[in-house]
Design a protein around this ligand. Sequence first.
Ligand code: ZN
Ligand code: ZN
Length: 346
Amino acid sequence: MRALVFAGPGEVRVEEVPTPTAGAGELLLDVGANTVCGTDVRIIRGEKTAGIDRGVVLGHEVAGRIAEVGDGVEGFAVGDLVGLAPVVTCGTCHACTRGMEQVCPNASIVGYRIDGGLAERMVVPAHAVARGNVVKAPREVPVEHLSLAEPLSCCLSAHRTYRVELGDTVVILGAGPIGLIHTQLALRAGARRVIVSDPSAPRRAVAESFGATTVDPTATDLGEHVRDATGGLGADVAVVCIGMPRLLADALGIVRLGGRVNAFAGFPSGATAEIDPNLIHYRELTVTGAANSRRSDYRDAVQLIADGAIDVARLVTHRFPLEQAVEAIEASASGDGIKIAVMPTL
Ligand SMILES: [Zn+2]
Ligand SMILES: [Zn+2]
């Protein structure tokens, strides 16, 4: 079969690999869609290598249909539509036993250590099947929408940490796929107003279509805009959805007394940010992080997509065949589209 293989830093190509089968306890998926994200861009450019095994098949936002059910696996049948939560945790470490499995230091991640979804088929290892990482969805859900359960689950995990309350003003810094998901979650949670800041006009237009108001930060001072919109108080919540360290300082400066700031985006390794620590001290701000998601978040994400409660259809703007997986990842970096799906059956 064909698959996108990581041969080494900056060396990524579609090549022929042995077609896998499902062993005992395993599931084999016919991949329907694997959406690509900023992490894949960093991998093909050779900027991210830590934790990625040479020879691994890339792709961690995967959905497909069950092709084979391994011996001893219950609850799945050939043809079931499923999504895969890509973080396969140990279940026994300090983090896992304290409700923080999303940061399990022993986790194996699909597309990093476990062969991923940028392939015609993929095997879900027995440990992942046993841990409940494979989640069924109603068969009518478009498979490239179901792939977005992964980024949605990460946003849900963060959303629960930074909280949005009825009537809140929420500022989203960045209108990429992640910012646009946080925007929808905030509005559904009862935010009175969501202000999205992004220099891209097409992306701002999508945010507006969801009900947000938008700001072009290259033309308007975001801090001033937020102060004007809130009678000088500041926003209740600010979510940093682009990995630019200075945005963290911006976010701290635009929230109200007792406001909440979430550093959702990953920053380049070794990055530092200059912040005014007294903003946190005197204004009693709460600053939270975000990394991956729990299996429960993933299950909730599948449900929200199946129910149509979060509009993912508007986020999937491009579809590429598997042979063009590298081009698909490059296209996602160009910022033309929002979310790009690689679909082996195209
Ligand atoms: Zn991703
Ligand atoms: Zn663990």
